[in-house]
Write a protein that binds this ligand. Structure first.
Ligand code: ADP
Ligand code: MG
Length: 555
């Protein structure tokens, strides 16, 4: 920032979303990190003591503050980033309110050093001013946060929670800004160290561990959206691993999280969530960041376009999802490790080598790459492929194949129906009959046709080609229930999933070698074949490498 710091004129100050900027120690860290980023720092060190209540010290190697402006930086509405009202329409910096340092100065004992000058401010008053060290950048230490505001202190959560909030802040910036080296130490111990070499996967490894980083698919070459999303075989029980941002600024947006998770529908089981880092880069004029005091929420001019771009990028990345792998240490366990634990391991093993052997991008050969070996247990197919030994859940696999087929028929609007010789009467709740009537043409495209037959029953005249006719009653009841439960969004997909489920071979059915071969070949060419439409895995790969390791054949 080359412009001098100046106090905002009142009309600009008044146009700024007012509110509490400093709510907890993590807000101090966030504001100081953002100031360092605005100053083009390449290295940002954060040192936290007493869960941030005793001291938070942040130093950077950015542009620094001129000695003669150092005290001015702590005056309310003093900023070098915004000067006039129109600037607020297109904010390209993290800061723009000139409020953060002033707010900290009001509730803490603060010491700042830059350009050979030093200033100490307590409860908003300059108490000391003098010479400081001449190193690049700025160092600010915030001590005894909220010591003069006991009410605020009382509202802080446990030390562990406050430290976790600080880590979340640093994690978000570290994965969003892989070209910047972040170092966080908590009570004198290194908690996060990102390499700052510009490699997103390594940045992810430094905060979530190498196991997670390995499972991230990078979104490359797509305008607007940058980042990485997890393979469906890696998931979490919470949304804590989702970092969304606009122009490098972490935001919280339920709508964008929804857009992201929608892309995982049919790939993750209910209650599981992806790990994701998504940065939407848009013209600052098309997004308003001046709507929330801590700038956590933003407003988009063209929300629909943003959602569509995000979903296109995520779906494109997920199209190369890889199957679940058997590992001596399961990927899930790595993902669930505490961040702290994995961070230290991760720095030791930062090397990432892409999985060897033919990736999922290679189109299967016409005769298929999976060679069936037989059926095992109650309902698993055993096969061998180029990557290793493959176990297939025959029901889940068949469900996926049929579901894709049904969706294609739905899109093309023409079904492959199997007329029933004797129409089957099915008892149905009146509400479901209404739901069915709304979707009659779509149901026909899926192969399901019926006549209404009194207020509480219908007569089914045809079912999808693949459905054993004996299962029609249960299938129809469940399909119509899915339709009425999911009015609008995704209702037909849910209906198709119900039909696929009832048409698929069962877990426990005996399949002859021809049927086994056909199912494996169909699975290989199916899109999204890693999971069934409900998000359960279709297959498990025991990689040759893993066998080699286990049987000590690697020397
Ligand atoms: P804002 O970031 O909204 O401008 P702040 O109160 O956070 O307001 O900072 C006030 C001013 O102090 C900034 O506009 C900037 O000029 C200067 N400043 C603060 N921190 C730094 C830093 N780490 N490096 C360089 N300049 C800084
Ligand atoms: Mg700021």
């Amino acid at each position: 920032m080359t412009s001098p710091i100046a106090v905002l004129p009142p009309e600009v100050a008044d146009a700024i979303a007012a509110g509490e900027v400093i709510e907890r120690p993590a807000s101090v860290v966030k504001e100081l990190v953002e100031n360092a980023l605005d100053a083009d720092a390449r290295r940002i060190s954060i040192d936290v003591r007493g869960a941030g209540k005793t001291s938070i010290r942040v130093s950077d190697d950015g542009a620094g503050i001129p000695a003669e402006e150092l005290a001015l930086a702590f005056v309310r509405h003093a900023t070098s980033k915004v000067a006039a009202l129109p600037d607020l329409d297109s904010i390209a910096s993290f800061g723009f309110r000139g409020e953060a340092l002033a707010s900290m100065a009001a509730v803490a004992d603060l010491e700042a050093e830059s350009s050979g000058a030093r200033v100490r401010i307590r409860a908003g008053q300059v108490v000391e001013q003098g010479a400081g060290s001449i190193v690049p950048g700025v160092t600010i230490e915030v001590r005894d946060l909220f010591a003069n505001v006991p009410a605020r202190l009382k509202f802080l959560k446990s030390d562990a929670t406050e430290v976790a909030a600080i880590k979340d802040v640093v994690i978000a910036y570290a994965v969003l800004h892989p070209h910047i080296r972040f170092q966080l130490s908590v009570e004198g111990r290194a908690a996060i160290t990102s390499p700052g070499d510009g490699d997103r996967r390594r940045a992810v490894a430094s905060v979530y561990g190498a196991g997670v980083a390995q499972e991230m698919i990078e979104m490359l070459g797509l305008p607007l959206v940058a980042g990485a999303v997890s393979q469906p075989r890696l998931s979490r029980g919470s949304r804590d691993g989702i970092v969304l941002a606009v122009n490098g600024r972490p935001i919280s947006s339920r709508a964008l999280v929804y857009a992201l998770e929608e892309c995982y529908q049919g790939r993750l089981e209910r209650g599981r969530h992806p790990v994701a880092v998504i940065d939407i880069g848009i013209d600052p004029g098309l997004v308003d960041v001046n709507v929330h005091p801590a700038k956590r929420e933003v407003r988009f001019r063209e929300e629909g376009t943003i959602f569509a771009a995000l979903q296109r990028a995520v779906r494109a990345s997920l199209s190369v999802s890889e199957p679940f792998r058997y590992q001596a240490v399961a990927t899930h366990a790595v993902a669930l490790n505490a961040v702290q634990e994995s961070a230290s391991v991760a720095t030791a093993e930062l090397t990432y080598s892409p999985p060897a052997g033919p990736g999922p991008l290679r189109p299967p050969s016409p005769e298929g790459m999976l060679r069936p070996l037989g059926q095992a247990g109650p309902g698993y197919l055993v096969a061998e492929g180029p990557q290793g030994l493959v176990l297939v859940d025959q029901h889940a696999a068949h469900e996926r194949v049929l579901y894709n087929r049904l969706l294609r028929r739905l899109r093309e609007g023409r079904g492959a129906a199997q007329p029933l010789l004797i129409p089957q009467a099915v008892d149905i709740e009146p509400g479901l009959i209404a739901a069915a009537a709304d979707h009659r043409a779509d149901l026909a495209a899926l192969g399901l046709e019926y006549e209404e037959f009194g207020p509480r029953s219908i007569r089914v005249t045809s079912v999808p080609l693949e459905m054993p006719s004996g299962r029609a009653t249960a299938a129809v009841q469940e399909t119509l229930a899915a339709l009425s439960e999911n009015r609008g969004d995704g209702a037909m997909e849910k209906a198709a999933a119900a039909l696929a489920c009832h048409s698929a071979v069962r877990f426990g059915d005996v399949l002859d070698p021809v049927e086994q071969r056909r199912l494996l070949a169909d699975l290989e060419t199916a899109e999204e074949s890693v999971t069934c439409p409900h998000g359960r895995p279709t297959r498990l790969v025991l990689e040759w490498q893993e066998l080699t390791r286990h049987f000590r054949r690697n020397y």
